[in-house]
Design a protein around this ligand. Structure first.
Ligand code: NAI
Length: 369
């Protein structure tokens, strides 16, 4: 996932991420507490990493490793805590035999030896004796995972000659695609995406695959990326309409698919949204739980990120267990659409919002596991 580095570039260009400071070291206001959080440092390589193990109730905590420049260490902690709870909920709703965890490595200003840095991180993962299993996330590549494999067996997302493995982003995109199909059918009564208008924020590893699936299904795309070259390529390849990064959230579309950074749906942006449905790959799209209520009050149906973007973790989890096979994994990812339908049924039955219904559903599966 070489395109992962693009997010780091976006940050360098002044784009912000969900990096508010945590009010407590032991968890964020909207969260259930974490089981444990490891701070790992290594002077030789410059490693500073946080491994957040949110829950092992269903099994070992499984979630990717983000390699990112943060404004400060607490912002990194905030990201790790938010992302790791999201993994507990994601893995539970995906019926995976794994708990939730996530790691962030604070990207040093200068990297002298990337391989050594990731190996130092791999040793920290190994020190947890399997309580946490890592894989790719924003800023990391399959090559990083491959290097880490020399020091820990608790790593996935690795190209494996002759067996299933590697980059999870096509699977993530497929899960988001089938969720958009299901959402459009349920909310708008349309059986086809032919002519449906979809805005894509971010055309990276996941966003680009998603654009391909949507284009093939006949959707009309509106796109934006901080990398103008990617947007231009989407215009050429998919007949997409390119708009500015500050305009994409307010595009006049049926579906908004955030596929860039977290917290893009917030108190400042919700009023401007014109989509009927929000369904995208980005983790932690809502800045706060209240933003889910605000979307609902505006009649916008939010399909929770951790429900629809589980395709990647399904793929790396199957790979890790040595039971992955392309067709079977794609079929498993396709079943995310059934969960979207079930969620919308739960919303109707419980007079609640999709975000709250998904939280209740996922937390109930954490307790039961
Ligand atoms: P990526 O780094 O390949 O792509 C992100 C894209 O967003 C880049 O092209 C970047 O230039 C663009 N971007 C950054 N800021 C932007 C802005 N303000 N407006 C428009 N474009 C902007 O990352 P990837 O793998 O595609 O992941 C995207 C999101 O999906 C992330 O939030 C990630 O955590 C999440 N996700 C990814 C999974 C995967 O399998 N790769 C799995 C589950 C979630």
């Amino acid at each position: 996932m070489n395109a992962m580095t693009d997010l780091a570039r976006a940050l360098a260009q002044g784009q912000t991420t969900d990096s508010a400071l945590p009010s407590s070291l032991f968890g964020l206001p909207d969260q259930k507490p974490h089981e444990r959080v490891l701070l790992a440092a290594d002077a030789e390589t410059g490693l500073k990493a946080i491994i957040a193990v949110h829950s092992t109730a269903r099994g070992p905590a499984f979630g990717g490793c983000r390699f990112w420049q943060y404004d400060n260490e607490l912002a990194a902690l905030n990201d790790a805590l938010r992302l790791s709870q999201g993994m507990s909920l994601k893995n539970a709703l995906a019926d995976l035999p794994f708990g939730g965890g996530k790691a962030v490595i604070i990207k040093p200003a200068q990297i002298t030896d990337r391989e050594a840095l990731f190996k130092a991180f791999g040793r920290a993962v190994q020190s947890l004796d399997g309580a946490y299993i890592t894989a790719e996330d924003v800023g990391t590549t399959t090559a990083d995972m491959l290097g880490m494999q020399q020091v820990t067996q608790y790593v996935s997302g690795i190209p494996r000659a002759g067996s299933f493995g590697g980059d999870p982003s096509p699977f993530t995109a497929w899960g988001v695609f089938v969720s958009i199909q299901a959402g459009v059918r349920q909310v708008m009564g349309r059986d086809s995406l032919e002519g449906a208008r979809v805005a894509l924020q971010g055309l990276g590893a996941v966003g680009w695959h998603l654009a391909e699936f949507l284009h093939k299904a006949g959707a009309k795309l509106v796109v934006a990326d901080v990398d103008a070259g990617k947007a231009a390529r989407a215009v050429g390849q998919f007949g997409a309409t390119a708009v500015g990064v500050h305009e994409i959230l307010a595009a006049d579309v049926d579906v908004l698919a955030p596929c860039a950074l977290g917290a893009s749906i917030n108190a400042n942006t919700i009023a401007g949204l014109r989509a009927r449905i929000v369904c995208g790959a980005a983790n932690n799209q809502l800045a706060t739980a209240a933003d889910g209520d605000a979307l609902n009050a505006r009649g916008i149906v939010y399909l929770p990120d951790y429900l629809v973007n589980a395709g990647g973790i399904i793929a790396v989890a199957r790979e890790f267990r040595g039971e992955g096979e392309q067709t079977a994994v794609m079929a498993e990812v396709s079943r995310i659409a059934d969960r979207v339908v079930e969620l919308l049924d739960r919303v109707k039955a419980g007079s609640t919002t999709p975000a709250r219904a998904a939280d209740d559903w996922a937390f109930s599966k954490l307790v039961k596991a």
